[in-house]
Design a protein around this ligand. Structure first.
Ligand code: FMN
Length: 220
């Protein structure tokens, strides 16, 4: 798959099942993450892989955090904890801000780019991924599970595995470019760039093979 096809056909998995990434594939994903654009090469990110039985350890930390809230019904606690085990593996992306003239927003943008790199690299490897919010990310229990230092924040985690054939992906409508993009003209006006990229709708609505699946066919 060429780079543009990889970008245009990546989708967020609806349900992730085995097989998950191998250790070698995880190394590729983490290496791809470290190539994120990074102002002044601060490396304002780090990553925590969770897989196998360690997912239950993480689930325990989330459950403890949810119980500590004191007001959450048991099904809500269980649902939050279950997020740790719903995929074969996950990579948590930590915004590891450093003292610098580079604004924190730029450092966090680099961490977000690292997360996207993981999603794209997974797609290139034939894996499926889903970038998700971390449950109770500010709780002491979840912060401790990921070894967060003061000032560090969770950007999210990227769940990894194989897209379940039984749970189809929803279509992703093409975004009309005139709603989100403009071009600054010499006279200072902002004008539409182009109406649409000709193949965008086909590329994003699922004309490519399903993510994390060897079989060709529509995904929408
Ligand atoms: C920072 C961040 C957090 C997200 N958290 C969640 C989440 O907790 N649950 C969810 O269903 N989607 C979440 N998403 C959205 C999905 O990752 C995905 O982008 C969205 O469902 C669109 O699907 P697509 O990637 O196939 O276009 C999050 C996205 C970002 C960027």
């Amino acid at each position: 798959m060429d780079a543009l096809a990889c970008l245009m056909t990546r989708r967020t998995a609806t349900r992730l099942v085995e097989p998950g990434p191998t250790t070698e594939q995880l190394a590729v994903l983490l290496s791809a993450a470290t190539t994120a654009p990074d102002h002044k090469m601060l490396r304002p990110w780090r990553f925590v892989v969770v897989r196998g039985d360690a997912r239950s350890t993480l689930a325990g930390a989330i459950a403890a955090a949810a119980q500590a809230v004191g007001t959450l019904p048991e099904p809500v606690v269980r649902k939050a904890a279950g997020k740790a085990t719903r995929s074969p593996a996950l990579i948590a992306v930590v915004a590891a801000r450093v003292e610098s003239k580079v604004p924190v927003a730029e450092q966090d943008a680099s961490a977000a780019a690292a997360a996207q790199n993981i999603c794209l690299a997974a797609h290139a490897l034939g894996l499926a991924s889903a970038w998700k919010s971390v449950p109770l990310p500010d709780s002491a229990q979840v912060r401790a599970a990921f070894g967060l230092a003061e000032g560090e924040e969770l950007v999210g985690w990227v769940e990894l595995g194989t897209q379940a054939e039984a749970v189809p992906l929803p279509p992703r409508p093409a975004v009309p470019l005139d709603q989100v993009a403009a071009e600054l003209a010499v006279d200072g006006a902002l004008r539409p760039v182009v109406a649409a990229v000709p193949d965008q709708a086909a590329a994003t609505a699922g004309a490519a093979r399903p993510i994390g699946s060897a079989s060709p066919g529509p995904v929408g």
